[in-house]
Every structure is written in structure tokens, then in C-alpha cells.
Ligand binder design. Structure first.
Ligand code: SF4
Ligand code: SF4
Length: 475
């Protein structure tokens, strides 16, 4: 009879009662992860260089002369890949964000927390920038422990001081780049090149972000992922047994045990219980306990274990990217019912967003009949109503439009100032005009009027409003 290897040993589930970074008294345990190295780490260095290059050069990249990304929450103006979005396009932005979230969910269901380990700014800066500086100045985990316990001598002051200065400089760099994504690079330059009193809010913003980044990377660290990050918290509901995660092959590894010369090794699994996978983990967990909320998929344990496997003459991959089901049953299944359902929802959202994006008008018009006024009769047999209007130009170039009443014979628009409405690039135009309609056309006291706004004969937008006239029977 075949015996399931899971039945050969009992799991110790006590790890579920504690967090690796907090002791029994509730005090934080400072993490000293061992310096990672190996194939996956080298790949992550390449990805990090590419992503950091993109992040720091982003504010300087332009598409058709406009920023790649601008998230100006103060002026409520957003630019994504050179396309400007105004508050009037909020539904489009909301749809884009919903599509993004569905994409993140779909991606997580299939690939687990790949994002966290390879692309999340928190992990990239923490593990690939700040932690590396720490290793460079203070040495590996054991040397860091020793230095922290040592009295404050010259060496410690120089090492600790220079590390904090470098941390602060990098935090300054990050905060200025983030500011450039919010208000644009030119405005950021204006803030930093003038005296703080001239741009007090910008200066406070920069100092706040610098302090925040410094605090997160110098002190808060992995707590951002394990305690604060909502994406990390969502893993419990997003991950399924077919999701690909950094996983320990318990069938191959157990029963774990140290190698002893005199012992027959065949009774044991491949895990030699060296605990290196725990020592390199930046969140201090034991990956052998299964998928855990704290795992940021940094791959450090894969590299550490592969190195051990090579040393003991076993195949690599005891810890690897794998799904629970692929380890348990040897079945790799990507297209589960859940994945198909999310893909359908995502496709519908993307089609809808693209349709709205490509058909959205270049201008946005709002019209209101002037308050407190009804109608006037003119000597040439017309009735007139006065309207206030606002036109927002959503493009990067000046727009000249001509308003026109459509569908009512001999009706026309008389502008108060000039014939043309010229709206500056990314700007708005506020004005008033009269709509004039022959009085015989108004038979019920009220009529719906549709006004088009054309540029070079092309209708850019159409709006509907009400026109009032005398009630039937009145003179
Ligand atoms: S590094 Fe590999 S061999 Fe060592 S304890 Fe972890 S899983 Fe076992
Ligand atoms: S368990 Fe492995 S992949 Fe997960 S955070 Fe720890 S070292 Fe990184």
C-alpha cells in the first residue's frame, strides 16, 4: 500500500500563533537577514536597475512633449502615458483604476506575490538599495549584530553616522522624484531653487516625504509589508492552491534532519535543517511552514537553499516557484475557473475603457440658463434666453469652437463678446451667450435645445439644455 509522505510526520503549527518580528512581550525583534546571493538575486539586481532607472528618469520622459506620468492631485490633473485626464474624466480614471485592480487580482491568483518581490518600490528600495548600503558599511548579519551591541566608539559612530547620512540623501532623492511625479519636474525645480518661504507648502511636502521615506527604510522596514500593506493582507483571500508562490517542497524535504556521517540518509528528506532559508529571510519566517502572509517573495531562501543543495549533492529547487497543487499532486494548472472568470471581467473592463478613451471628446462643456432671468421678446419675432457656459479644453493645444443650435429651424446663437470661443491649451473658457429661437417654435412654454460645439466643421461636443418662453395662451 502506498503511504502518503505527509503522514510520516506531524506538522508543528505553533508558528501560526506568533509573528517572527515580535517577541512574546510584544516588543519588536530587529531583523538581521543574512546577505542574499545567487542566481535569483542576480536576476533581481538586473530588474532593480531597470526599474530604478525608469523611476528616476520618469519625470524627464515625455510623450509628444507631455509627461509620461503626472498625478497632480492639487490641480486634479492626471497624465497617463501622455494622455491628460481632468476631473470631468473621473469615470474614465476610475475605470482605469478598477481595471488595474482586477489585473492585480488576476496576476496574484496566477503568480502569487511576484509583484512584491520583483517590482514593489518598498521591497526594491528596502532590500536592493538601503539594505545593500547597510551590508556595505556594517557588514553581514553577524557583524551588524556585533556592531549594535558594541559601545559607541569611533568606528561605530563613523559607520552608523555615514549610513544614516546616505539613507537621508537617498530619501531626499526619492521624495524629490515623487514630487516631480505629482507637480511636474519644472515646478519641483522651482520649489528647490527658490527660498522655502516662496514655496512653503511645496517645501513642507518635500520635507514630509523625505522624513517619511527615511523613517520607513531606516526604521519601519519589513513592518510596512507585514503590518501596513493592504495588498499583503489580501493574500489570504486572493491566493489559491494553484497560485505560484515561493514554496518549500515538503514531499521532497521531509522528514528534515541534519546530515550525520554514520546515519543512513535514505530515511530522511532532502532538507538538512541548516536553517539558512530562515537566516536570509528579511521578514524572519520559515518558508518550510508553508505560504505565509509575511512572505514577500524575495527569493532569498531559494538561492540560499540551492547553494546548500549543491553542497550536499542534491538537486536544486527544494525551495522554488511552485504551487501547492503542483507539489502535492505534480499537477500544474494555470487556467482555473477563477482565473478564467477574472480574465473575462478584465477583458470587458479593458474593452470598455479603451472605447471610452478613444471616443472621449477633446472638450467638456457645461451650460446653465442664467439665474433669475426668464425670456426676452425681440422686435424681429424671436424669443431669447441668456446662458452661462464653461468649456474645458482637455487637449494640449488651443481650441477654437463655434456653438450652434441644432434641430430648430432659424434658431441661432448670439455671443456677447466676439464670434469665436478660443480656449487655451489645458485651460478653460467661461462666458455667456443668447440662444434665439423664432417665437412660433415655442408652443409649450419650454423646449429642449441641443447645442453643438464645432471646430473646423467637426462636432467636438453636444449638450442639451432648456429654453423657456411664454406659456400657451399668454400674450
Ligand atoms: S535552506 Fe534548504 S536545506 Fe536548509 S533548512 Fe532551509 S529548506 Fe532545509
Ligand atoms: S520566505 Fe523566502 S521568499 Fe519569502 S520573504 Fe522569506 S526569504 Fe523571501
Amino acid at each position: 500500500m502506498e503511504t502518503n509522505k505527509n503522514e510520516l510526520y506531524e506538522y508543528d503549527e505553533s508558528f501560526r500563533d506568533t509573528i517572527a518580528t515580535v517577541d512574546e512581550a510584544g516588543k519588536r525583534i530587529w531583523m538581521y537577514p543574512k546577505k542574499p546571493s545567487g542566481t535569483y538575486h542576480n536576476r533581481r539586481i538586473i530588474v532593480t536597475i531597470a526599474l530604478l532607472g525608469l523611476f528616476f528618469s520618469g519625470p524627464f520622459i515625455k510623450i509628444n512633449g507631455h509627461p509620461l506620468l503626472l498625478l497632480n492631485i492639487f490641480e486634479r490633473k492626471f497624465i497617463l502615458f501622455g494622455n491628460v485626464f481632468w476631473p470631468q474624466d473621473f469615470f474614465l480614471l476610475a475605470l482605469t483604476l478598477i481595471s488595474f485592480f482586477v489585473f492585480v487580482i488576476l496576476f496574484t491568483v496566477v503568480f502569487g506575490r511576484l509583484w512584491c518581490g520583483w517590482a514593489c518600490p518598498q521591497t526594491i528600495f528596502m532590500e536592493m538599495v538601503f539594505r545593500k548600503i547597510e551590508y556595505w558599511i556594517e557588514g553581514d548579519a553577524n557583524q551588524q549584530r556585533k556592531l549594535n551591541k558594541a559601545p559607541w566608539n569611533t568606528e561605530k559612530i563613523i559607520k552608523k553616522g555615514s549610513k544614516q547620512v546616505i539613507f537621508l540623501v537617498i530619501s531626499l532623492l526619492i521624495s524629490h522624484t515623487v514630487m516631480a511625479y505629482i507637480v511636474g519636474k519644472d515646478q519641483t525645480y522651482d520649489i528647490i531653487s527658490a527660498s522655502p518661504s516662496e514655496h512653503m507648502s511645496g517645501f513642507i511636502g518635500l520635507m514630509f516625504f523625505t522624513g517619511l521615506f527615511y523613517w520607513v527604510f531606516a526604521y519601519f522596514r519589513e513592518q510596512a509589508c507585514t503590518v501596513v500593506c493592504p495588498y499583503g493582507r489580501l493574500q489570504g483571500v486572493l491566493l489559491v492552491k494553484d497560485s505560484i508562490v515561493v514554496a518549500y517542497d515538503w514531499l521532497r524535504g521531509e522528514p528534515r534532519g541534519k546530515i550525520k556521517k554514520e546515519e543512513v540518509q535514505t530515511a530522511k528528506g532532502d532538507c538538512v535543517d541548516c536553517k539558512l532559508c530562515i537566516h536570509v529571510c528579511p521578514t524572519g519566517i520559515d518558508v518550510r511552514n508553508g505560504t505565509q502572509l509575511e512572505c514577500v517573495n524575495c527569493t532569498a531562501c531559494i538561492d540560499a537553499c540551492d547553494e546548500v543543495m549543491v553542497k550536499v549533492g542534491k538537486p536544486k529547487g527544494l525551495i522554488r516557484y511552485a504551487s501547492y497543487n503542483s507539489i502535492q499532486d505534480g499537477v500544474k494548472k494555470l487556467f482555473t475557473a477563477r482565473v478564467i472568470a477574472y480574465s473575462v471581467v478584465l477583458s470587458v473592463l479593458l474593452i470598455l475603457t479603451s472605447f471610452l478613451l478613444f471616443t472621449r471628446s477633446d472638450i467638456d462643456v457645461s451650460i446653465k440658463r442664467s439665474k433669475g432671468l426668464t425670456y426676452q421678446k425681440t422686435e424681429d419675432g424671436y424669443l431669447s434666453n441668456l446662458y452661462n457656459f464653461v468649456i474645458i479644453n482637455k487637449t494640449f493645444s488651443e481650441v477654437t469652437v463655434l456653438p450652434k443650435v441644432i434641430g430648430i429651424e432659424n434658431a441661432y446663437i448670439q455671443q456677447v463678446a466676439g464670434d469665436q470661443i478660443i480656449i487655451p491649451a489645458e485651460g478653460k473658457f467661461e462666458g455667456v451667450f443668447f440662444v434665439k429661437i423664432p417665437k412660433e417654435q415655442i408652443t409649450t412654454g419650454k423646449k429642449e435645445v441641443i447645442i453643438s460645439f464645432t471646430m473646423d466643421g467637426k462636432i467636438l461636443d453636444k449638450v442639451s439644455t432648456n429654453f423657456v418662453g411664454p406659456l400657451p395662451g399668454s400674450k
